[in-house]
Design a protein around this ligand. Structure first.
Ligand code: SAM
Ligand code: SF4
Length: 321
């Protein structure tokens, strides 16, 4: 079992397989970074998997593949199969912008993927364009339909932004609800890479928009999920991820691995340790020791709850959100 320095059990590994992306979302990567990580610095699927095996053996029960845009990494289904074949009952999920999903959804399902989270910030083509800075909506929605047809469980992620998509909070919920998908609203997390001046809606503001249409009841946090859940009067459950709240970090069960091999203990902070050399040398014991040290030093909480305007210098496209 993996326990961090604050007594929390860590059983969830998020792996960012690339920091590259085909969108330029205002809240994440509004401009192409000055330089990408050179391809030769990326760990191969075999190298990433050699660490995944250690992590699973030590107590990881849930793995999410993310990015950047993870579907930019060729043959991602091969990596999915490696993990699934090693531990078929692992809870294996993917977070994607959905743009390249339609053509690969079935292959990913066949490889052992169970669940997909797709980011849908708007159902209006011009607003989706404004956020992602690309004409994306049609392909994303087709990706969702193909995933559902393939039998994948799909969740929708939406980041509500002031003056941009706040009027669509209920519409995106209705879209998800009509297809049996859960929606999770994510509070915009301030970071230095995002477009200047961007403002997100707080969980409270998101909730009041939903209340204009529905009577809602509190359900609460479930397990270690960062989402606080609610139920509409007609029985639809949705969640709000509210990192600005104090209790968000109390049950944090996750650790992040980047495509270059950095183990990141918290989304907010810059601290990281590399397993790259250990993995390249096939030194699994050393990789395991680095994992344990990162856990010992995992911060107790993020700092988005502190002063107004506190920004993280960590890039979401690097950590995978
Ligand atoms: N490219 C994929 C996608 O967009 O779903 C996966 C990576 S993305 C970094 C993972 C999640 O982080 C997405 O749901 C995205 O909306 C969210 N995200 C990115 N930047 C964010 C920010 N500044 N605040 C809140 N959520 C953010
Ligand atoms: Fe790309 Fe996802 Fe970041 Fe948007 S949120 S720029 S799709 S990594």
């Amino acid at each position: 079992m993996l326990i961090d320095g604050h007594g929390r059990t860590v059983n969830y590994l998020r792996i960012s397989v690339t920091e590259r992306c085909n969108f330029r979302c205002q809240y994440c990567m509004p401009e192409k970074p000055f330089s990408w990580v050179p391809r030769e610095n990326l760990l191969s699927f075999e190298e990433l998997f050699s660490f995944v095996r250690v992590a699973i053996d030590e107590g990881i029960e849930k793995i999410r593949i993310t990015g950047g845009e993870p579907l930019l990494r060729e043959d991602l289904d091969r990596f999915v199969s490696m993990i699934h074949d090693y531990k078929p009952d692992i809870d294996l999920a993917l977070t994607t912008n959905g743009y390249l999903l339609a053509d690969v959804a079935e292959r990913l399902k066949d490889a052992g993927l169970r669940r997909i989270n797709v980011s849908i910030d708007s159902l209006k083509p011009h607003v989706a364009y404004r956020i992602a800075q690309k004409d994306v909506l049609q392909k994303v929605l087709r990706g969702v339909e193909k995933s559902l047809e393939a039998g994948l469980k799909v969740k929708v992620n939406m980041v509500p932004l002031k003056g941009i998509n706040e009027d669509e909070i209920v519409d995106v919920m209705e879209y998800a609800k009509a297809r049996g998908m859960t929606i999770r609203y994510i509070e915009y997390m301030e970071n230095v890479h995002a477009k200047a001046g961007l403002k997100g809606l707080s969980g409270k503001e998101i909730l009041s928009k939903v209340k204009e249409r529905y009577t809602i009841h509190k359900v609460g946090r479930e397990g270690s999920s960062p989402a606080f859940n609610y139920l509409t009067d007609d029985g639809y459950k949705f969640g709000i991820i509210d990192p600005h709240k104090h209790d968000f970090c109390e049950s944090c069960n996750r650790i992040r691995l980047t495509a270059e091999g950095f183990l990141i203990p918290c989304l907010y902070f810059d601290e990281a340790m590399s397993i790259r050399d250990a993995v390249k040398a096939g030194n699994i014991d050393e990789a395991n020791e680095i994992l344990r040290e990162v856990l010992r030093n995992k911060p107790e909480k993020n700092r988005w709850d502190e002063e107004e305007g506190e920004e993280s210098s960590r890039a979401f496209y690097e950590t995978g959100g």
